[in-house]
Design a binder for this molecule. Structure first.
Ligand code: NAD
Length: 276
């Protein structure tokens, strides 16, 4: 595969492009993940709350690919935050995945109102120390939450997986990550396919390169240094979304993208989100 890997601050390296399986039902996940693995993806992003760790794990087992060639991420859900509950949730995730370790384990949301993310992260540190998660990190964390982890725990998160696309470019957060050696991983990198891929400026960049809007958006992410995990269950799109290594956006194209930032979220505000 031509997907480059990015070195993490601990736990080795991570493919810059992976396959996300949010909203893929468990009974379809094995087939969808299998399609992605055959298309060349080696990184899979799931979560306990997605309910498809079993299907994803089955596809991994059936692929015949060596475990060391794969990069599997899962996440602890909000209802399991806390030290002991997180250790148990991790065991259950590993069991469903059918694996003896994951490559990356993330706290799914900070839930600042509950103030449990530091204890939860200490459980991740224990899991990491035991070799059962090669790398640990977080998702949907704001700088203030990262500051607290960095101040009160010993392993700097390898990754913060956040909503990021051309209409929510997160430049302040990305600069904070760069300063602290944290990789920025973009969720909903295609803006969930809603509207973003019809923005005329993006369509024009796509036409200029003889590529699709999805491809130029993903290429923009890669050139910014983001890790991306686009989702599709359509085989042709799964293939299209990894076919990104035969062209490059130029400075004019990058400027077109820079002008699209609206600072608008599609998903919840991490400061307020409190759903169990
Ligand atoms: P996405 O931006 O990847 O968009 C996916 C949608 O875009 C698809 O359902 C499809 O409708 C469309 N699409 C995909 N490829 C296309 C193509 N080539 N051409 C046209 N349309 C295309 O959105 P997402 O699924 O929300 O995010 C990707 C992954 O990020 C998820 O599967 C999940 O793994 C992760 N995620 C994480 C969190 C979090 O809180 N950590 C939240 C949301 C998503």
């Amino acid at each position: 595969s031509k997907v480059p890997s990015l070195r993490l601050n601990h736990g080795g390296a991570m493919p810059q492009l992976g396959y996300g399986v949010w909203q893929v039902p468990d009974d379809e996940a094995a087939q969808a993940v299998g399609t992605a693995l055959r298309a060349g993806y080696r990184s899979i992003d799931t979560a306990a709350i997605y309910g498809n760790e079993k299907g994803a794990g089955r596809a991994v087992a059936d692929s015949g690919l060596p475990r060391e060639d794969l990069f599997i991420t899962t996440k602890v859900w909000n209802d399991a935050q806390g030290y002991d509950t997180t250790l148990r949730a991790f065991d259950a995730s590993l069991e469903r995945l059918g694996l003896d370790h994951v490559d990356l384990y993330l706290i799914h949301w900070p839930l600042p109102s509950r103030d449990l993310y530091v204890d939860t992260y200490r459980a991740l540190e224990k899991i990491h120390a035991d070799g059962r998660a090669r790398a640990i990190g977080v998702s949907n964390f704001l700088p203030e939450h990262l500051e607290r982890l960095i101040g009160e725990t010993s392993v700097v998160p390898a990754v913060n997986q956040v909503e990021l696309h051309p209409q929510l470019q997160q430049s302040g957060l990305r600069a904070f990550h760069a300063e602290h050696g944290i990789r920025t991983e973009a969720w909903s990198p295609l803006g969930q396919g809603r509207g973003l891929l019809e923005v005329p400026a993006i369509v024009a960049v796509a036409q200029k390169h003889g590529r699709t809007p999805a491809q130029v958006v993903l290429r923009w992410h890669l050139q910014l240094g983001n890790v991306v995990i686009p989702k599709s269950v359509t085989p042709s799109r799964i293939a299209e979304n990894i076919d990104l290594f035969g062209f490059e956006l130029d400075a004019d194209d990058m400027a077109v993208f820079a002008a699209l930032d609206e600072g608008r979220r599609l998903g919840p505000d991490p400061a307020a989100f409190d759903l169990a």
